[in-house]
Design a protein around this ligand. Structure first.
Ligand code: NAD
Ligand code: TYD
Length: 353
């Protein structure tokens, strides 16, 4: 028996696999296409572990997924694989439709065929856990209550629309075919192995390189930040105890404006890696053109998973962000490895010269 982790070489998937090996005994099959965001190096600490099988491939390859499920007697699929960057989805939505919608459909079809051939006990115990986002719920006003699991889906970007579509497919495969699915909708994550085109790692690396810190619009957009290993713990809790067909919202109860996040990062860097002559990294901030259709505010009401499964985050933003900055400061080799040609092309397209 094993679990199949798709997208296991990405930011959250690789953190999940590393933690799994630290806490569990069960083998893991990682299926990852290794797009620009996937980095097999993230798993280097467990490469020599005989319980890891790493396969480079696409969740949309139904035959490949079908044979992995059979060959490894997979008892649970955890679907992390996705195109995940809102700004990229605005510049080119095609890949998002392909992986997040068509890919999830093909993955579900492979699972449906495999699951249908299992005996009744194994069918009952099987789980398909779909990792999704709070962005499917759309944007909140300043005084609106946080998203619960019953909030209406109102996705605003091609990214969130493609994730919403995948959530609906997963739900339909439960209601129509009876596959025991679980869905998690989580808020913004941060932590080690975060690809440096998302807000937090981009700001850390630009600050250290003496480059501008580009804040979209007026910087008052709000996100609810969760340390990545807390998200991984929530996923393990849902896999172990979640009710098939149910959705679990996961969040840190930690709403912050982008300005507050960047201010915090700058003050930690000022302390840990001071600039010459008492200058502050904050002086590198530049306000740039806003993202089209930029969602104002996301906030998660996590009371359901707290109540049902006893999950609570272990990190506060203060502890998590400090760990994150320290990780980037001590992993310059990893940073150099991901700052490849494709990354540089992206920065030139998104932010200009
Ligand atoms: P990421 O972009 O860092 O990693 C995605 C991984 O999926 C990469 O390793 C990539 O190579 C792989 N991949 C992409 N297309 C694939 C395909 N067709 N077949 C197989 N592998 C493929 O993303 P992440 O931040 O780790 O997010 C993981 C999941 O969590 C996504 O589904 C995302 O929607 C969701 N999520 C992310 C956040 C966040 O803040 N990062 C928050 C909530 C939910
Ligand atoms: P991001 O990390 O792309 O996550 P998401 O858009 O999925 O929440 O962005 C987080 C917030 O930071 C979002 O409000 C956009 C903003 N942002 C900037 O202000 N500047 C940047 O260079 C980036 C990448 C994001």
């Amino acid at each position: 028996m094993a679990i199949l982790v798709t997208g296991g070489a990405g930011f959250i998937g690789s953190n999940f696999v590393l933690e799994w090996f630290a806490k569990e005994r069960e083998p893991v099959v990682v299926l990852d296409k290794l797009t620009y965001a996937g980095n097999a190096e993230n798993l280097s600490a467990v490469f020599s572990d005989a319980r890891l099988t790493f396969v480079r491939g696409d969740i949309g390859d139904r035959a490949l997924v079908g044979s992995l499920l059979k060959d490894h007697s997979v008892r649970a699929v955890l679907n992390f694989a996705a195109e995940s960057h809102v700004d990229r989805s605005i510049l080119g939505p095609g890949e998002f439709i392909q992986t997040n919608m068509v890919g999830t459909f093909e993955l579900l079809e492979a699972v449906r065929a495999y699951w249908g051939d299992l005996d009744a006990t194994a069918r009952g115990e099987f789980r398909f856990l779909h990792v999704s986002t709070d962005e499917v719920y759309g944007s909140l006003g300043p005084e609106d209550p946080a998203f619960t699991e019953r909030h209406q889906y109102q996705p605003n970007s091609p990214y969130s629309a493609s994730k919403a579509a995948s959530d609906h497919l997963v739900r339909a495969y439960h209601h129509t075919y009876g596959i025991p699915v679980l869905t998690t909708n989580c808020s913004n994550n941060y932590g080690p192995y975060h690809f440096p085109e998302k807000l937090i790692p981009l700001m850390i690396l630009n600050a250290l390189a003496g480059k501008p810190l580009p804040i979209y619009g007026d910087g008052t957009n709000v996100r609810d930040w969760l340390y990545v290993t807390d998200h991984c713990a929530a996923i393990r809790a849902v896999l172990a105890g979640g009710r098939p067909g149910e959705t679990y919202n996961v969040g840190g109860r930690n709403e912050m404006t982008n300005l507050e996040v960047v201010r915090t990062l700058c003050s930690i860097l000022d302390e840990l890696k001071p600039k010459a002559a008492g200058a502050s990294y904050w002086e590198q901030v530049q306000f740039v053109k806003d993202r089209p259709g930029h969602d104002r505010r996301y906030a998660i009401d996590a009371s359901f998973i707290e109540r049902e499964l006893g999950w609570v985050p272990a990190e506060t933003f203060e502890t998590g962000i400090r760990k994150t900055v320290q990780w980037y400061l001590s992993h310059s080799e990893w940073v150099q490895g991901v700052l490849s040609g494709s990354y540089r092309e992206w920065v030139a397209t998104q932010y200009g010269a």
